[in-house]
Design a protein around this ligand. Structure first.
Ligand code: NAD
Length: 349
């Protein structure tokens, strides 16, 4: 049985971790890699990932129209956050007959913010008989898939409150910029006003995914964003925060119906919260029958969790019906520990 072939599109903090994880998995093999950074072009993928030995894969400039590699089972995209940023990459992959997993936040449920693009992606995927999925740690798991699964044990649900207190340190420059990590408080406020700082990008996707799965209607989503101001110096691989500057964004969202809050998501994200004694954790409270209270401390690590979700969902995506799907449409995620080819064969039945 031939190995499941992959292309890694985007080799930043997450994409590199995803490619490294692929190299550890039996039955998976990377056959191509793209990044827009010219400094990586022409270099061996193993060397850039810091792995021993060399592979047959040389990192290339991203293609505009033609993937240029045949028989690729799945393209893993880790380049940007918004549907419009990744749609061209998805088009190239789908036109080549490849399935797609992307960690772009909006793509966890693109119909929420980009209904026309979502419809278009669904159409081209169905035409080519392939599947497209947006996933990750969040959106993709903690504040949506895990919440939805938990409600499966409830007779009734009145309200969901879910909180994720996390460390942004594993993420790369793209996330530091959208969260405003390292800037002054004034720059943070200016960034919010001009749209260059947005905080968390997944709330619309998560709230719509939860509501759709439970059969709830939402008529309004309210959001608040506040800077998390650091008292101490914080230094990570991708950011420096001086005392008095911004370590992250406290972002909340409420999914409402007729003025009543049905879904409340609270997500203070910052680099190195432990430097000021802030413990990370994931908390889901369901007011319902029965009332539930799930606590995970410390947080499910965001970087590792994202890499794992992108790779662990590969068999589910390849085995799925064609189209643009969400985490709520697919079998539950599970760690991919055996030979991926055997797990795929099992999933195909
Ligand atoms: P990063 O800034 O470290 O890496 C982005 C990489 O993509 C860089 O190497 C860049 O050169 C490359 N790139 C950008 N545009 C490209 C293009 N058109 N073609 C090829 N390469 C391109 O960011 P990261 O931390 O790796 O995160 C990647 C994206 O995933 C971000 O948008 C981030 O917000 C998102 N993300 C989502 C989740 C989730 O849970 N869903 C989790 C982590 C990150």
């Amino acid at each position: 049985m031939r190995e499941i072939t992959l292309v890694n599109w985007g080799l930043g903090a997450m994409g590199s971790g995803i490619a490294k994880l692929v190299s550890r998995k039996r039955g998976l093999v990377s056959v191509g890699a793209f990044d827009s950074d010219p400094g990586k072009w022409g270099r061996n993928l193993s060397e850039v990932l810091g792995l021993k030995g060399s592979t047959d894969v040389v990192i290339q400039e991203p293609p505009q129209f033609d993937l240029g590699i045949s028989d690729v089972d799945i393209v893993l995209i880790a380049t940007g956050s918004y549907t419009r940023q990744v749609v061209q990459q998805i088009e190239v992959a789908v036109n080549a007959g490849s399935n797609v997993i992307t960690i772009a936040e909006e793509m966890a449920f693109p119909a929420a913010q980009q209904p026309e693009l979502a419809e278009y992606l669904d159409k081209i995927a169905k035409n080519k008989g392939v599947t497209i999925l947006g996933t990750g740690i969040n959106p993709g798991f903690v504040l949506d898939t895990l919440v939805i699964a938990l409600t499966g044990t409830c007779l009734d649900v009145q309200k969901i409150t879910a909180t994720r207190v996390n460390d942004l340190a594993p993420f790369g420059p793209t996330v530091m910029a959208t969260q405003g990590v390292g800037v002054t408080v004034q720059q943070f406020r200016d960034g919010l006003a001009d749209g260059s700082i947005v905080g968390h990008i997944g709330f619309q996707a998560s709230i719509n995914l939860i509501a759709k799965s439970l059969g709830w209607k939402i008529d309004e989503i309210r959001e608040t964003r506040e800077p998390i101001v650091s008292k101490v110096r914080r230094q990570t691989e991708y950011a420096t925060v001086e005392p008095g500057n911004v370590a992250g964004c406290k972002h909340t969202a409420q999914g409402m119906l007729h003025g009543r809050v049905l879904i409340e998501l609270i997500h203070p994200q910052q680099v190195l919260p432990q430097l000021e004694g802030v413990a990370t954790g994931d908390y889901i409270k369901i007011a319902g029958e029965p009332a539930l209270n799930l606590q995970i401390q410390p947080e499910i690590p965001g970087g590792l969790g994202t890499m794992a979700m992108a790779v662990n969902m590969i068999p589910q995506v390849i085995a799925a019906k064609p189209g643009l799907l969400s985490m709520a449409d697919l079998p539950i995620p599970a760690a991919l520990l055996g030979d991926a080819r055997e797990i795929l064969a099992m999933r195909r039945g």
